[in-house]
Structures are given as C-alpha cells and as structure tokens.
Write a protein that binds this ligand. Structure first.
Ligand SMILES: O=C(O)CCC(=O)C(=O)O
Ligand SMILES: [Fe+2]
Length: 385
C-alpha cells in the first residue's frame, strides 16, 4: 500500500462512521471491468473497491499464469478429468445436492473426489440429468448457490478456472426488501413467490440486482455484506477465497452484534429464570454463526499480533520463503499493517466496552483486552514515528 492510499483510507474511516458504511452502494448498478494487469496496483484495488465496498471483475489476463488454468483444463476449455483424478482422486470432498432444499441451503455429503468425477462424467453423458440429482462439489468448492451473504460478512473473490457463472448481486441493505413477513430471506431470489405481496411485503421496493456474467479466467470480487446468488452456466471449476482486513473488520463486528441481538430476542423470555442466560446466548450464537464474542476477541488478537510482528521485526527471509500470512501482509506493505492495526484498535475498543462482552468470564483471555489494546496502540505509535 502506498502513502497516498494510506492517507485517504485513514481519512475515510475518520470522516465516516462504520455504521454508515453499508450505505455505500453503486448508484448505477455498473460493475467495473479491470482489463490490464500492468497498470492496476493493489493500492488501486484497496482505494477503489475494498474501501468503498464495490464489486469489480478482473479480466482473464490476471489468471493467465496460474497453474490451475493450464493443468485443470483441456484445450477446449473443459475440466481435465484425467488430470484432476490423478491429482486429487483420493481426497474426500463435500458435495451439495442442489435439487434438495434444507432450510436455506442444500444438504451436503462427503464423498471421494473420484466418485464425484464419475458422477460428473455420467451427468454430462446423460445430457445433464442424473438419478442422484444435481451434485455440486463445494467449499473445497450444474448448479446454483442459494441467495446468501458470505461468512462473517467477509470479502470474497472467485476465479473461474474454466466455465462460466452468472451472479446476481444486491448491495447491503437491499436484503431487507427481500425478506418475507417473518424476516426470512428467500432461497431463490428469482422465485415467482417473491411477487406475492402477502408473503414478501417489501419486495416491490427492492432494486433489481446487479448482474454479472463471469467468463473463464475472470475473477469476481464480492464486497462485504453484498447478498448474492450464483449459477454455473456450464461445467465450471472455480477457486474462491474469503478474507477480512482493516476495511471490513468493523462490518464483521456489526454483523456479530446483530446475530447476538437476534439470539437474545429469540430466548428473551428465559432471561430471568436462567442464571447463565448470557453464556447460553453465546453458545447459540456460536452454533448458528460459527463464532462467539470470545473467539472474535482471539480472532482480532491473532490478526493484530501478526501485524505487530511485521512492524516490530520486519520480515525475515524464512517467513518470505514459506509464504506465511506474515509474508503476505508484508508484501502488502508496512502501511497496510498500520492501517489494519488502527482499525483493529477501533473494533477492539468497541468490543471491550460492549455490555454483553463484559458480562462474560474474560479471565481466560490472554492477554486481557486492555493489555492487548495498549500493545496495539504502542506499536502504531512507534511505526508512525
Ligand atoms: O460459485 C458459487 O457457486 C458461489 C460462490 C460464492 O458465493 C462466493 O464466492 O462468494
Ligand atoms: Fe458467496
């Protein structure tokens, strides 16, 4: 990250409260297409997409040198089953059945990759039909991903190694218009049922989605909290990745507070009779969301300590060679580490002052929040000297 980007990002978060962050949406529904690799820097990405939380598409030139694009795909752009079998045949992979709906998702099973490849070949041979339904190998990750926003409201990128996808994207806040009378999001945002005013009373106020057609080799960037639904338009292999950094860690914290509030509403009537109601709320939150407040503290701690170690020790050759997270953050530059630390201080301060957090037994947290905060502030001050 360069100095100018650091300065404008710091100013952005100084001038706008994090709660108004979700209001930054696209005025026109247009999504930028980034064609050239040479003239586009990480600082450009940070300033124009991560900070304003806008989606974008990277051209296939960005993935040209990837081994997966060479080896996983045949000359005619189809999955190279022989290569994939030889490389990954014995791996156990999660497979979702897209023809069956279970709550707002699809049921998953674990099968050997070679079995999945056999299914896939059969499926193609039978004109994309199978008695086993439409199986989608996911999260190792012909078919569809139901309407959702990503885990913890993280960012994600998704690169098509081969094949094509259609994305329907809704900016943060739009999901409110897409909920039914009970506050539930639809499984399929294109289902005719959404037109039924008695079930989806606010649907008519929603904006049409931003639609993206993603071609082979292209990478789609999905910002924090953007709900989306995704279709594979042909046999597709994609690689995707979720991440949180200083730009969206406050969005994650807001999301966790909303999740806890939802749990608290749900079991509010037990508040008086139960001694450990707050602990139970955390437990339920963890089982629904995957994380509770104390784990979030540890999450912040790990990020912070990683950045501090980059600032304090610089980068040793060993870490660089091993391609560790420390190496990654160092590639992004010291100023990125400082930026992330400043945002972490902000969120950690809010977490430490949070009434629900303070009610928990925090004796197991090491170091205690005040000590960690102190350490972070000292590291930032030293780095900025
Ligand atoms: O490709 C898919 O089916 C889903 C990908 C997705 O939801 C994401 O990358 O955030
Ligand atoms: Fe997603």
């Amino acid at each position: 990250m360069d100095r100018a980007t650091f300065a404008c990002s710091t100013a952005f978060f100084r001038d706008y409260s994090s709660s108004s962050h979700t209001a930054f949406c696209l005025p026109t529904g247009h999504v930028d297409f980034i064609e050239k690799v040479e003239s586009f820097t990480y600082s450009d990405f940070f300033r124009d997409y991560l900070i304003p939380n806008h989606p974008c598409i990277f051209s296939a030139k960005f993935t040209e040198g990837w081994g997966s694009r060479r080896n996983w795909v045949t000359w005619d752009g189809k999955p190279n089953f022989d290569y994939l079998l030889q490389k990954f045949g014995e791996a156990i992979v999660p497979v979702a059945n897209c023809d069956v709906k279970e709550y707002n998702s699809n049921p998953k099973e674990q099968i050997p990759f070679k079995e999945y490849i056999n299914y896939w070949k059969e499926h193609i041979k039978n004109d994309y039909r199978s008695s086993r339904g439409c199986l989608y190998l996911k999260d190792w990750h012909l078919s569809r991903t139901p309407f959702h926003a990503d885990v913890f409201r993280s960012y994600s990128w998704s690169a098509n190694i081969c094949g094509r996808k259609k994305w329907l994207l809704y900016p943060p806040g739009q999901e409110e218009y897409l909920k039914d009378r009970h506050g539930n999001l639809p499984f399929d945002v294109t289902a005719p049922g959404l037109q039924d005013n008695s079930v989806y009373p606010r649907y008519t106020q929603s904006q049409p989605p931003v639609e993206i057609l993603q071609e082979a080799g292209e990478i789609v960037f999905i910002p924090s909290g953007w709900h989306h639904q995704v279709y594979n338009l042909e046999d597709t292999i994609s690689i995707n990745h979720n991440w949180v950094n200083g730009c969206n860690v406050a969005i994650m914290w807001c999301f966790l507070q909303d999740e806890l509030a939802a749990v608290q509403r749900e079991i509010n009537e037990w508040k008086d009779p139960m001694d450990d109601w707050h602990v139970q709320c955390q437990l339920i939150m963890k089982s629904c969301t995957g994380i509770d407040y104390k784990e979030f503290y540890n999450f912040l701690k790990v990020i912070a300590e990683n950045r501090i170690s980059v600032l304090e020790n610089g980068l040793d050759d060993e870490a660089l060679a091993k391609n560790t997270p420390k190496a990654a953050i160092s590639t992004l530059g010291m100023l990125h580490a400082v930026f992330d630390l400043k945002r972490t201080v902000k969120v950690l301060t809010s977490l430490s002052a949070n009434e629900d957090f303070k009610k928990l037994d925090l004796t197991s947290l090491s170091p205690p929040p005040e000590a960690l905060l102190h350490h972070l502030k000292a590291a930032i001050d030293t780095a900025l000297l």
